[in-house]
Ligand binder design. Structure first.
Ligand SMILES: *Cc1c(COP(=O)(O)O)cnc(C)c1O
Length: 386
C-alpha cells in the first residue's frame, strides 16, 4: 500500500498553465505577476498592503527590521513554533524570550503573556515585539493580545504561516485588525504554495514602503527618497541596508492560481478534520480543541497520545510510520534546541510546551487526503492503541 504523507501540495493543470505562461513571458522576476498576487492576497484578507517575498522567514526578518527591532530589544514568541519565529529577533541583534502555551489550543497563553508583561513592566524589560503564532492554523485570541499591546506599548506580528484562510470571529487572518503585520508562508507543506514564498501584510503605508525597500537591497528609484537630484534615468540610490528577498513571477503566478483554490482547500481541510473527529471517537487520544469563534485553516491535525511521557507517543509514531502513515511531530520546543540552550534557556523553562511536545502527533492532513486514507489512519491507530 502507498505511503500517506503528513502534508502534500495540490497542483492542478490550471496551476501548471499559469506557471508556463509566465515562463513564455518577458518577466521571470520583478514583473506584473507579483503585484497581481500581492493585490489578490491583500483583497482576500482585507488588508491594505501586501508585499511578496522569497519565504516567510524573510518576511519575519523584514517585519522585525521595519518595526525597528535592534540590539538591546526583546522579542517574545511561543516556544511551540518553527525556529524561524524566534530567529528573526536574533538576525536583528535583539534578544528572544518565550511565553508558555495554552494547554488546550497550544497557542501562546494569553494569561501567561499578561502575567509576564506585568512582571516585565516592574523590571523594565518589556518586549518591543510579540510574535503571535497561529499554531496548526487556529488563530490566537488577537483581540486580547491587541489589548495588551496597547496597554504595554509593544508591536504585534502574526506568524500566520499555518493560517491563511482562517478567521477569528468576523476578522480574516491577515486583516491585521489587531496587529501591525501578518506574515504568511507558501512552502509546499502549508495551506497553499508558491514552491518557496512568503508575504508580509499590513494596513500601514510606511510599513509597506519600508518592507518593499528592504526586500530589494534598500535601493530606490523614487527621486523623493533621494538625498540629491538624480544623475539621470539610470540613477538609483541605496538609502538603507537591505537584502534580496524577492519572489519570482514564476512563483507569484503559481500563488495567484493557488489563491483561486484557497476556499476549496480550506473547506476540504475542515471536512477532513470533522471526519477525523468522528473516526477517533472513543480512542484514548486528546483531539484538537477549537476555541469558540476561531475558524482554523487546519494546517495541522494534532492529537495527543497521553501516557508515560514520550514513550507512548513515540511507540505510536514508530508503528504508524512502519505501516506507511508518515506522521510527524510539531514542534520541538524552540528553547530546548542547542542553539537556544547556549543562549541560556533550559529544559523545564516552559513546562506546558514541553509536556505537549512529549505527547503530540501530527496526523496526515492535506487537500488530497481521501476518506479511505483517513479510515486507514483510524484503523491503524485503534489497532496500535488497543
Ligand atoms: C513554515 C514556517 C515558517 C517559515 O516559513 P518559510 O516560508 O519556510 O520560511 C515560519 N513560522 C512557522 C510557524 C512556520 O510553520
Amino acid at each position: 500500500m502507498k505511503d500517506i504523507p503528513y502534508a502534500r501540495q495540490d497542483i492542478s493543470q490550471a496551476d501548471i498553465d499559469a506557471v508556463v505562461r509566465v515562463l513564455g513571458s518577458a518577466w521571470l522576476t520583478q514583473g506584473p505577476a507579483i503585484e497581481q498576487f500581492e493585490e489578490a492576497v491583500a483583497a482576500y484578507c482585507g488588508a491594505r498592503y501586501a508585499s511578496a517575498v522569497c519565504n516567510a522567514t524573510a518576511a519575519l526578518h523584514l517585519a522585525c527590521r521595519v518595526l525597528g527591532l535592534g540590539p538591546g530589544d526583546l522579542l517574545w514568541t511561543s516556544p511551540n513554533t518553527f525556529v524561524a519565529s524566534a530567529n528573526c529577533a536574533l538576525y536583528c541583534g535583539a534578544s528572544v524570550d518565550f511565553v508558555d502555551i495554552d494547554p488546550r489550543t497550544y497557542n501562546m497563553s494569553v494569561d501567561q503573556l499578561a502575567a509576564k508583561l506585568a512582571r516585565a513592566e516592574k523590571e523594565g524589560s518589556l518586549p518591543k515585539i510579540v510574535v503571535a503564532v497561529h499554531f496548526g492554523g487556529q488563530p490566537c485570541d488577537m483581540a486580547a493580545i491587541g489589548a495588551l499591546a496597547r496597554r504595554y506599548g509593544f508591536a504585534v506580528i502574526e506568524d500566520a504561516s499555518h493560517a491563511i484562510g482562517a478567521s477569528d470571529g468576523a476578522a480574516a487572518v491577515g486583516s491585521c485588525f489587531h496587529s501591525d503585520i501578518t506574515i504568511f508562508s507558501f512552502h509546499p507543506v502549508k495551506i497553499m504554495t508558491t514552491g518557496e514564498g512568503g508575504m508580509l501584510l499590513t494596513n500601514r503605508a510606511e510599513i509597506d514602503a519600508r518592507a518593499r525597500l528592504l526586500r530589494s537591497h534598500g535601493v530606490t528609484r523614487d527621486p523623493s527618497l533621494m538625498d540629491q537630484p538624480s544623475d539621470g534615468p539610470w540613477y538609483y540610490q541605496q538609502t538603507e541596508l537591505g537584502y534580496n528577498y524577492r519572489i519570482t513571477d514564476i512563483q507569484a503566478a503559481l500563488g495567484l492560481s493557488q489563491l483561486a483554490r484557497l476556499d476549496e482547500f480550506i473547506e476540504r481541510r475542515r471536512m477532513l478534520a470533522r471526519n477525523y473527529d468522528l473516526l477517533f471517537d472513543g480512542l484514548p487520544l486528546i483531539p484538537p480543541f477549537q476555541r469558540p469563534n476561531a475558524q482554523s485553516a487546519w494546517h495541522l491535525y494534532v492529537v495527543r497520545v497521553p501516557g508515560d511521557g514520550r514513550k507512548a507517543r513515540s511507540e505510536v509514531f514508530t508503528k504508524l510510520r512502519e505501516n506507511g502513515i508518515l506522521v510527524n511531530v510539531h514542534y520541538i520546543p524552540v528553547h530546548t534546541q542547542p542553539y537556544f540552550r547556549k543562549l541560556g534557556f533550559q529544559v523545564g523553562d516552559f513546562p506546558e510546551a514541553e509536556r505537549y511536545y512529549e505527547e503530540a502527533l501530527s496526523l496526515p492532513m492535506f487537500f488530497g487526503l481521501s476518506e479511505g486514507d483517513q479510515e486507514r489512519v483510524a484503523a491503524q491507530l485503534s489497532r496500535i492503541l488497543a
